[in-house]
Design a binder for this molecule. Structure first.
Ligand SMILES: Cc1cc2nc3c(=O)[nH]c(=O)nc-3n(C[C@H](O)[C@H](O)[C@H](O)COP(=O)(O)O)c2cc1C
Length: 502
């Protein structure tokens, strides 16, 4: 069997497909053949290993430049990763790897993505249309291994955003070669067989021009920068990650105790502890931006200049979107001073907009009289989306010491307790603004997620539930998938705002 895909097993759909095809407990080889420079810094390798291990496979690395091709015959699954198609094809030929790969396709599962998919096809001529500069090995014979007649164009939407002529180039190629090219987006694939079976993303959503493979985004402050959760699953199972609130300079946060449980939720007053934007760009982002998920930088500050400087530093990085946090209730000056009046929201959004080259989402505070007015102010100042809600200010008191439990005296309430408030606020806001809403606050189950979409959200963030169940996003994804199937829903946009008020 052969599976061609765009950027690896980066979606729940593809992971589910491979699980169905091969079961668990098998042995896999990840073919990492790349030119010497790329070999050193290939961030895709650990991510792809993680994806295969998540499927219960034992994984070994394999390199045509150093390992004998016959060794491939001892694996049930072989995955060729992306990179330079010319170099990969050249190495396979030089080390006589064609036969071994053919045998794997016949008796096991051969997965190829991006360059790894192109080399399995009849020709890599399509890559030559788009990336001829990669041919530093001077390959003249562009014939591929010919294991399938299908031809795919990987990363289709991404490529189209980079180069608006992509579709035209692809059509010309089809005309000249009398063929059909399968345009695949990241997370999508095709199982090669008598009748090729396409695997498309059933839950994809677009917010402010950013395509998310599914609507589930980890909420800021509940997921750090992703490394700890990557121990549980590949981060690509999430549509995106909103990183911990980041400021221009490092912040130590508030003194402890900073968190406490409440009935059906928690109170926190972490106080925007973070390593600062430069540390984020240098140490976290290079890794995070290669995990096959969208990266949202959550930006906070004390003054408009802080926000503007921070977003400017992020402008030329791989961050996909900025989430402007003007709603942290746990620091005296952490943005909330801008987030509780319409003038404040308009002013800070307008100022940041001038400095921000990325899609801009403004995260709103629920600690106001009418949140929908704040959303209108953000929209008219140029926000591309709004996210709501941040935490609701709350307090608990130790009756023996008579001291507030949190050192900060008050904190932000989150978790299931706030879901009804969040739903009401999203619903009210959806009637007032045209820009998309990312809904959050207490979502813990797939049913909560459906409610939030019906209230008017285009995408969702999942926060506090992650502390009690890190696997909640997988369960929510599965539940949503079932709900869509049972109700004949093809796209989540059919649910957004679908509530029928009395
Ligand atoms: C411990 C903790 C830290 C948080 N830190 C941030 C933050 O840095 N920036 C931010 O915008 N929101 C932060 N939040 C708020 C969450 O992103 C989210 O808006 C809120 O918790 C409601 O969603 P939930 O009930 O699903 O957690 C934090 C929440 C918690 C519980």
């Amino acid at each position: 069997m052969i599976l061609l895909c765009s950027n690896g097993l980066t979606s729940q759909e593809l992971l589910g497909e491979v699980k169905k095809l091969i079961g668990t407990g098998k042995k896999a080889a990840l073919v990492v053949t790349a030119d010497p420079e790329y070999k050193e810094k290939n961030y895709h390798v650990p991510r792809s290993v993680k994806e295969l291990e998540f499927l219960g496979l034992t994984v070994e690395l394999f390199d045509f430049d150093t390992d004998p091709a016959e060794k491939l015959l001892s694996y049930d699954v072989v995955e060729l990763i992306g990179g330079n198609p010319y170099y990969l094809l050249h190495s396979i030929r030089e080390h006589r790897g064609e036969e071994a790969l053919r045998a794997v396709a016949e008796k096991g599962l051969l997965i190829g993505w991006s360059a790894g998919a192109l080399v399995l096809e009849q020709t890599i001529a399509l890559a030559d249309r788009f990336l001829p500069e990669l041919n530093f090995v001077g390959l003249r014979d562009l014939r591929g291994l010919g294991l399938t007649d299908l031809q795919i164009l990987p990363h289709y939407s991404k490529q189209q955003k980079r180069d608006s002529g992509t579709e035209e180039k692809c059509r010309r190629y089809e005309r000249e070669n009398q063929c059909t090219v399968l345009r695949l987006d990241d997370g999508e694939g095709v199982v090669v067989g008598e009748a090729p079976r396409e695997i498309r993303l059933r839950q994809k959503v677009t917010v402010a021009g950013v395509d998310f493979m599914n609507p589930l985004i980890a909420a800021s402050g509940t997921f750090g920068f992703g490394r700890e959760y990557n121990e549980f699953y590949p981060l690509s199972i999430l549509g995106g990650i909103s990183c911990k609130g980041t400021t221009i300079k490092e912040r130590p946060g508030n003194p402890p105790p900073r968190v406490t449980e409440t009935p059906a939720g928690m109170l926190n007053a972490v106080g925007l502890q973070n390593p600062g934007v430069e540390h984020f760009i240098e140490h976290d982002l290079p890794w995070l931006s290669h995990q096959g998920t969208k990266v949202i930088a959550n930006v906070a500050g004390n003054a408009p200049e802080d926000y503007c400087q921070t977003v400017e530093k992020l402008n030329d990085t791989p961050v996909d979107m900025i989430e402007l946090n003007i709603s942290c209730p746990n620091v005296k000056q952490g943005g909330v001073q801008f987030g509780t009046t319409c003038e404040g929201v308009y002013g800070i959004t307008n100022e940041v907009r001038k400095h921000c080259k990325k899609p801009l989402m403004v995260k709103l505070s629920p600690n106001v009289t009418d949140i929908s007015e704040m959303a209108v102010a953000a929209e008219s100042a140029g926000a591309d989306a709004v996210s709501l809600i941040n935490t609701l200010t709350g307090m608990r008191i130790d009756i023996h010491t008579r001291r507030p439990i949190l050192h900060n005296n008050t904190g932000g309430l989150s978790g299931p307790a706030v879901l009804p408030v969040a739903l009401r606020m999203v619903w009210q806001t959806a009637r007032k603004v045209k820009i998309p809403i990312v809904g959050l606050g207490g979502i813990s189950t797939w049913q909560d997620a459906v409610e939030m979409l019906l209230a008017g959200a285009t995408a969702l963030q999942i926060g506090t539930v992650l502390f009690t169940d890190p696997y909640a996003p997988l369960k929510i994804w599965e539940g949503l998938s079932r709900y869509m199937k049972e109700n004949g829903i093809d796209s989540l946009s059919q649910l957004t705002g679908g509530v029928r008020p009395w």
